[in-house]
Each structure stands twice: as C-alpha cells, then as structure tokens.
Design a binder for this molecule. Sequence first.
Ligand code: UD1
Length: 426
Amino acid sequence: MRKLLVEGGNPLKGTVRISGAKNSVLKLMAASLLGTGKFEIGDVPAIKDVYTMIGVLESLGVKAKLIDSKLTLEVGELTGVTPTDLVQEMRASIQVMGPLLARLGWVRITKPGGCAIGDRPIDLHLKNLRKLGADIQEEHGFITARAKRLVGCEIVLDFPSVGATENIMMAATLAEGTTVIHNAAREPEIVDAQNFLNQMGAKIFGAGSNSITIHGVDSLGNTNYRVIPDRIEAGSFLIAGAITQGKLTVENVIPQHLVHLIDKLKENGFELEVAANSITITGRNKFYPANILTLPYPGFATDLQPQYLTLTCLAQGSSLIRETVYSRRFGHVEELRRMGANIEVDGNAALVRGVKELSGTSVRASDLRAGAALVIAGLAANGQSEITGVEHIERGYEKLVDKLQAVGGRIRWEEWTSHFLKENEK
Ligand code: UD1
C-alpha cells in the first residue's frame, strides 16, 4: 500500500509545467473509435485514468501505445462489447457508448454506478441517444443499444451535462442529417473534442456556446492532435502556491479557461500575473475570505471546489462555499476538520470560518479532487500529514509528487505493508 507524507510550512517557489487535460484526452480517445487509421495525440498525461481508457480501447480492438506523452492509437475493426471491469472502474468509460453505437450500430455496456461525490446517473445520455433513434434496452445492469443508423434531430438537454453533450455530439457525427444540441455544456474540453472530431472529418459548429450543430457525415478518418492543458491541475497548483505563501508560476495553461478562479484569487487579495500561456501567483500570510458557487462552465468549476475550500480554511473571515453540481461533494470537509479547520455543512453549502493554522495529521482521500485538497492542506499545515486513499489522486495528477518536490514541496511516497497481511501470506 502507498501513502503520501507531507511536511507542511514550506512555500512553493518556481515553475510547474501543466500536463494535458485528463477530462479532454479521455474523450478524444473515445472519439477515435468513430474513425479508422492511425491517430497521434500529444501531451497525454501518464495517469491511471488514461491507462484505464487505453485498456477499454484495447479490449474493443484498438492498438495503443503511450510513450513520452505521445499516444498512438490504431483503429481498425472493432467490437461493441465493452469490458465490464474497466467501465466500472472509471465512469468516463461511458463516453465510448455514443461512438460505438454510431460506428457499429450497436454497443453493450455496463451501467456505471454512483460514486463518492454523487449519484451520477446517465439518464440524459440514454434519453437523447434514444431521440437520435437508438433502441436502448436495460437489463441486469447492462445497457444494449442498437440503431441501423442514427438520425439527426433537435435535442434540448435538461441540464448542460458535460458527458451527455460529448456522447451525443460524438454519436451525431455519423448520423443521417443534422443534430442541434440546445443547452449544451460549454466546457473547454467540449471545444477540444469538436476540434479533434472536425480534424477527423466531422462537421461540428458551436462548441463552447450553448448550442452545438452537428451535420452528419458518412465516415471519419484519423488525425494528429495535441490535447489542451489541464485547467484543474493548473488551478490546484495556483491554490497550492497561494496557501503556502510561495511564488509559483504555472506554464502551459490557457488563462481564459481559469478566469473564474483567477478572479476569486484576486478577491482573496493574492497578486496574479497573467501572461499568454502562464500564470504566476504570489501567496501571502493574510488574505480575505470569498464565497463561491459551483456551476457548469464558465461558472466556478466543481472540480476546484475542494481545493478552493481548503484555501478558505486559512482566510481572515468566513467564506460560503455552495456546491450545485454534485449532491455529495464535501468528502474532504471531515478530513479538513481533523486538521483543525472550522467548517459547518448544511446540505449543499459549507460555511468555512478561517482559522489561524491547520495542523498535520492522518487523513484519507475519498475521491480525486478531495485528495488534491488534502495534499494542499498538508503543504500548508503545521507538522506532518499522512494521506491515504492515494489511488484516487493517481487517477488524475501526473507526477504530482515530482512536480511539487521540484518547487520546494516536502512531500514523498511511502510504501507500507500490513504486518498482519504479511504474516498471513506466509
Ligand atoms: C465531467 C468531468 C468531471 C466534472 C464534471 C462537471 C470528465 C471525465 N469528468 O463529468 O470531472 O466534475 O464534468 O464539470 O470529464 N447528470 C445527470 N444525468 C446525466 C448526466 C449527468 O443527472 O445523464 C448530473 C450528474 O449526476 C452531476 C451533473 O449532472 O450531478 C454534472 O454531470 P456531468 O456534467 O455529466 O459530469 P461528467 O461528464 O460525468
């Protein structure tokens, strides 16, 4: 088993290069199933979720190689039976559903369950794939979808779900006629998927706005592409720089993707220098509280809420953090309280009363971003913290420990084995 040991109190200073966006590359990989031939995707992070998606693609018939951030995919004949264990391991695997249905005319996939941060149903994906003409049966926890050829139509999403927008957009690329998605999600990752698909020969317009138009084509080819930088990784590092009173530059970023966080950090009183593809933050000992409300893009990203909430734990006053995207995204709160934070939760709102200091202790990450929040808390705390549940963190942050160490973070892995298990293995 592995855990992270963090010694707090050292300001982070220097420059961190941000990796390619996890939430984009997973969808580009799924989108490749719509085409044929050799794809090369650059700046792909070597993280667990990418390996899981590689496993999904391989089991469908794709040849994949990831060397030095370059992912090569060779897409030829495919099967529509998806690997149950891998789909259950990672919810984003559901994104292969639309592409396989459109490409093969059928797909069989397990229903992903809920997770630590909320129920996460896929009703919007299914309802709208049905609207495109798919016959979808749900039996014994499996979904089987069939359609000779999908037919374009007008779709109005009840909620701008990122995954549903992408699944429908990808499926509609090979549909007959035109599809319009109204109330579409506007995340930068959706623009990235549009650009990737258009390079493969798709005809998609409007991603980044709330109305996306897809003119169906008969077939798609392959492409070379470089994934956009990970705005959530960049935001996590900016918060770490601020809370440790350091001076940290994140490079390989698109500052426009982080406007909301930048605005909040300025409201907190931090100094930020924003350049074309880098942002520098200067931390400080005393800073103001600020309220946030998580919303679909361009609102404040829910994936930065745990990290930002951690920052507000040390502000001079009270901050109100409201989570509107997920039903249970306060898993980090109990752990932060163990470190001395003063947080009161009522439903989807957390009132954070700033304290003078956090103190290091043993905490457990319940999900990916909660894990990042605990690392940030550990870096700012007095004394040593031990973080378990690190498998969640490894899902989404490439070389987190190396990157933090390079800018002065005192953090390291520790391997440990239970003596009880060791004895019983003998
Ligand atoms: C993606 C991101 C995730 C981020 C989220 C919101 C990936 C791999 N993951 O997840 O990191 O937190 O966007 O920015 O890109 N919902 C339904 N029915 C559906 C679909 C969604 O009720 O059919 C609900 C969800 O339960 C959730 C909300 O809508 O409460 C947002 O979900 P969605 O935007 O779909 O997020 P994901 O695409 O799963």
